[in-house]
Ligand binder design. Structure first.
Ligand SMILES: [Mg+2]
Length: 228
């Protein structure tokens, strides 16, 4: 896929896994929460994991998935406080700041569009200080639908004016890229190195990059090529 930045006005970027290392989230839900839950409920860690992983799966692709109040209530744990305990794991992926500076310099509108809950967003913006690089931040909880829902991208236009034909979306979720594709967002980029702990894997369907420096053209050029 060849991208000419002259054809793009708006850039939409996901947060967890796309600009921030998803190791934090994976570790939090798969290890840290089960540990605390097993202590509180006097179970083995193995039992806690089995029980919680199936609870988590039951809420996949819904707004509950990222709703910290929902999980605090359901698990009887203070989820925001537990997140703070491991906030040292929150990290911006390599080359993200360079890419955001390039976009700013090129005059693009740049929006952070995330399923994350406001309490997660607050913690991550405070820790990473990356918020000011964006024109704005939209949470799916404001929109009222998760990005996994096809209707999300149309409803997003109530919050951001964007032309799908002149928009680029970066995501580490192929499901979300697929719903965006159904709304005809033209430039859809899959981020394969969503966690510092995984081996990147090329998408079968979407142009794939590991790091955002792949989207920064050489000086004097506006074009880049991405393997499909
Ligand atoms: Mg993500």
């Amino acid at each position: 896929m060849i991208i000419d930045w002259n054809d793009i006005d708006t850039v939409l970027l996901d947060m967890d896994g796309t600009i921030l290392d998803r190791h934090f989230d994976d570790h939090f839900w798969l290890e840290h929460v089960p540990q605390h839950w097993s202590q509180r409920n006097h179970t083995t860690l193995d039992y806690a994991k089995e029980h919680l992983y199936s609870l988590f799966r039951s809420q996949e692709n819904t707004l509950n998935w990222t709703d910290l109040d929902y999980w605090s209530d359901r698990l009887k744990l203070d989820i925001p406080v537990l997140k703070q305990e491991i906030e040292h794991l929150i990290a911006v992926h390599p080359y993200v700041v360079e890419f955001l500076l390039y976009l700013k310099h090129a005059g693009k509108a740049v929006w952070l569009v995330t399923n994350a809950h406001s309490k997660t967003l607050d913690l991550k913006m405070k820790t990473t200080r990356i918020g000011p690089y964006f024109d704005g931040i939209i949470s799916a909880h404001q929109v009222g639908l998760p990005k996994e829902d096809k209707r999300f991208w149309g409803k997003l236009q109530d919050f951001i004016s964007y032309d799908p034909e002149r928009t680029l979306l970066g995501e580490d979720s192929e499901v979300n890229l697929t719903t965006a594709e159904s709304f005809s967002i033209r430039y859809l980029i899959y981020i394969s190195r969503y966690s510092s702990r995984v081996e990147p894997r090329q998408s079968d369907h979407f142009p794939t990059i590991d790091y955002f420096n792949r989207l920064i053209p050489e000086k004097g050029s506006s074009c880049i090529t991405i393997p499909q």
